[in-house]
Write a protein that binds this ligand. Structure first.
Ligand code: 13P
Ligand code: SF4
Length: 324
């Protein structure tokens, strides 16, 4: 079913398992308005897997992990792109669509990883490790991306690192992603000290407690979690890889060590799987709401712009990643 031809009333069935009937009326006006505005403005909404179910399942046209959103952004046929996610994702969409209007509903939707490093930090790393290629996680500003040789996401980090054919690689800015990748490759990884404020809070003790209180539970973890957490999980992968895992293996009971909305969104697709839900909220992702998506389309805000001085270099690093 295409959301753009629907009305809120016809969409409730999709989300009834995760949105109680008493809460639903609070969403319907905004959903109906957004569906009309999308048609009027020839707009599409790209939503990350951490968006709440009323956004993810009821108004988004394209959903996925950071890699999928970047890939799909390349082929979007619309005048306007609304990015329901965080600022670096909107910048990536703008880099790939310089001629389109890209809107982010709340300019404060940042990311602790993006905030952990500046372009001058990258230049200092290059001075310290001359000739070593720089792989930058896409969770960074365009200015940082522009200083990099190539980007990666959690979905392709190992392939990107190994594609360079170098014995040593600088991998920025997520220390835990870098260490999790280092455990899978012979390439020597030089890491930065950035952390995701959501995933760094999970601990191996959390997993042990979950296994005790929910015997037989399958534990999936995002690679932004500390390596000790990944080591105790049954599987680690990007948000899309975790969702695929549930679809392929259909565990009777599963826990996703990641942002809260992810379980709701995946549970909608898998009514037969029992989701245990300890989770941590990403305050940046949660800044995006139906109300500010509607305002973005009504008032054409907030327009994402990229400093021309960094756009070319940043686009090169993103396109190089997408070519692999
Ligand atoms: P994914 O690329 O796995 O969707 O991760 C993005 C993100 O911000 C995770 O915290
Ligand atoms: Fe950034 Fe972590 Fe939020 Fe993802 S979950 S946007 S990495 S702070």
């Amino acid at each position: 079913m295409s959301v753009s031809l629907s009305t809120a009333a016809s969409l409730y069935d999709r989300v009834r398992r995760v949105i109680p009937p008493i809460e639903w009326p609070a969403f319907t006006d905004d959903i109906d308005a957004i569906l009309v505005l999308k048609r009027e403005r020839n707009a599409v909404i790209l939503a990350h897997n951490y968006q709440t179910p009323e956004i993810f399942h009821c108004v988004a046209d394209i959903v996925g992990d950071s890699l999928a959103l970047a890939r799909r952004a390349m082929t979007v046929d619309a005048d306007v792109i609304v990015l329901a996610g965080v600022h670096f994702m909107a910048e990536t969409a703008k880099l790939l669509n310089p001629g389109k209007t890209v809107l982010i509903p709340d300019l404060g939707a940042g990311c602790s990883l993006a905030d952990s490093i500046t372009a001058s930090d990258v230049r200092l790393m290059r001075q310290r490790y001359p000739g070593v290629p720089v792989v930058t996680y896409v969770n960074t500003s365009a200015a940082v991306t522009a200083e990099s040789d190539i980007c990666c996401t959690s979905g392709n980090a190992l392939a990107i690192v190994e594609s360079l054919g170098a014995p040593q690689v600088i991998m920025l800015p997520d220390e835990y992603l870098a260490r999790n990748i280092a455990a899978q490759t012979k390439v020597e990884i030089i890491a930065w000290k950035g952390h995701c404020e959501v995933h760094e809070r999970f601990s191996p003790a959390d997993i042990r407690e979950l296994r005790e209180s929910h015997p037989g539970v399958t534990v999936l973890a995002h690679p932004e979690c500390p390596p000790e957490v990944v080591a105790e999980a049954d599987f680690a992968g990007s948000t899309a890889a975790m969702s695929d895992y549930v679809g392929r293996h259909k565990p009777a009971r599963v826990v996703l060590m990641t942002e809260c909305s992810m379980s709701d969104n995946v549970a909608v697709e898998h009514p037969d799987v029992d989701f245990v839900r300890p989770c941590n909220l990403c305050p940046h992702m949660k800044r995006i709401t139906l109300a500010n998506i509607r305002a973005a389309l009504e008032e054409n805000r907030h327009i994402v712009t990229i400093d021309p001085a960094v756009a070319e270099g940043a686009r090169r690093a993103v396109e190089r990643m997408l070519a692999i």
